[in-house]
Design a protein around this ligand. Structure first.
Ligand code: GLA
Length: 390
């Protein structure tokens, strides 16, 4: 039996200590890594992410009254808020929880108070969606406490609403959707317009490897929002509701009256949508080599047309691609630092990780963190006491 992850054990133990009894519920919500389909979600396009085996865990129980009390072990800090008097405060982890309460109530859900402990092993700010994982774990806890119906898609939308409307980040739907609806052993092709989901199996002899560049940048939000505005400007200029409906031929015809930078942004999105659909088809056909090549092109497009990569991410991707067994590599998530993702044949994994660490250190002076991730399932209520006890 595989040991339960450390944060799962920690939240259960801390709950027992704080409240003198076992938690009623234990929730796991995964982070994610995106194989391909970057900056396409808010253009109503396609994405192909994988839920990873790193997650946010919440141990929770019911609480009389209208308050939610949560202890965050990783901060560490605790916070209490009143469901009838939600106020927006300075940015912090608790705003994600309040944002979920706000979004649920705005939709007409009657909420009940709860108490809980939260912890996780999704590195924050690394582009692995620790905030979407926190949102989905929070929404699941609210659903348990208030006996609300659970729909992964509806709850993913509410997580996005919390982030857009309460936290103030104009993100798309990808991160919440994969945390809500990921499937073990599969990537998930998400049509971000219809929210149709298609799990696509990952080949058994290939591993999804997360390469953390050990760089972070604070300005991601403003740069992200600027890319979003440029994509919307491109869609308007092309006369389509969203870039999902544009083609490269349309873009070339309109090139004369588009600002060069807007033209490049649109070229990224339109070509990335095509690559994502091609990658899903290649995965279905078991052709991991083709997926790797598409990931390589995606990186070039993110670097040159969308301009969201960094020298550190470029160096990491170059180092990874030079190693035997690497089928393809690209930056992943919003960029400006954070992580890259590589597809690597299973038999090469150990040598690959060691060589990438060494060569990235030489190239950048930084220590890459490397996670070989299993494709996990989406948010779930787990048994409080696993079989075999703990
Ligand atoms: C962030 C956002 C997502 C998506 C990616 C870029 O992760 O939260 O909605 O736009 O960036 O693909």
């Amino acid at each position: 039996m595989t040991a339960r992850p450390a944060p799962a054990r920690a939240v259960v133990a801390a709950y027992r200590e704080r409240y003198g009894e076992a938690p009623h519920w234990l929730v796991r919500a995964p982070g994610r890594v995106n194989l391909i389909g970057e900056y396409t979600d808010f253009n109503e396009g396609f994405v192909l992410p994988v839920a990873i085996d790193r997650a946010v865990w919440v141990a929770a129980g019911p609480r009389a009254g209208r308050e939610v009390e949560v202890l965050a072990l990783d901060v560490p800090a605790s916070a209490t808020f009143d469901l009838d008097r939600l106020t927006r405060d300075a940015p912090s982890w608790v705003e994600y929880l309040k944002g979920c309460a706000w979004a649920l109530q705005e939709q007409g859900h009657a909420l009940a108070g709860w108490q809980g402990v939260v912890a996780g092993d999704v590195p924050a700010g690394a582009g692995l969606s620790s905030s979407a994982a926190l949102e989905l774990a929070t929404l699941r806890a609210f659903a348990l406490a208030g006996n609300l119906p659970w729909s992964p898609t509806a709850m993913a939308r509410l997580g996005q609403r919390a982030e857009n409307g309460w936290v103030g980040v104009a993100c798309g739907i990808m991160d919440q959707m994969i945390s809500a609806a990921g499937e073990s052993g599969h990537a998930l092709l998400i049509d971000c317009r219809s929210l149709t989901l298609e799990p696509v199996p990952l080949p058994r002899d290939v591993r999804v490897v997360i390469l953390d560049s050990a760089t972070r940048r604070g300005l991601v939000d403003s740069a992200y929002n600027e890319r979003r505005a440029q994509c919307e400007a491109a869609a308007r200029a092309l006369g389509v509701g969203a870039l999902r409906d544009a083609t490269l031929a349309m873009l070339e015809r309109a090139a004369g009256h588009l600002e060069a930078v807007v033209h490049r942004r649109a070229r990224h999105v339109i070509s990335e949508n095509d690559r994502t659909l091609q990658a899903a088809a290649a995965l279905r056909a078991g052709d991991a080599t083709a997926v790797g090549a598409l990931m390589d092109s995606s990186h070039a497009s993110l670097r040159d047309d969308l301009e969201v990569s960094t020298p550190a991410l470029d160096a990491l991707v170059t180092v990874a691609r030079g190693e035997p067994g690497c089928l393809g590599a690209r930056m992943t998530g919003a960029g400006f630092g954070g992580c890259a993702v590589a597809l690597v044949t299973a038999s090469h994994i150990d040598a690959f990780a060691e060589a990438v660490r060494q060569k990235y250190r030489t190239a950048s002076g930084r220590e890459a963190m490397i996670y070989v991730s299993q494709a996990a399932g989406g948010v779930a209520v787990e048994p409080v006491a696993p079989h075999g006890g703990e």
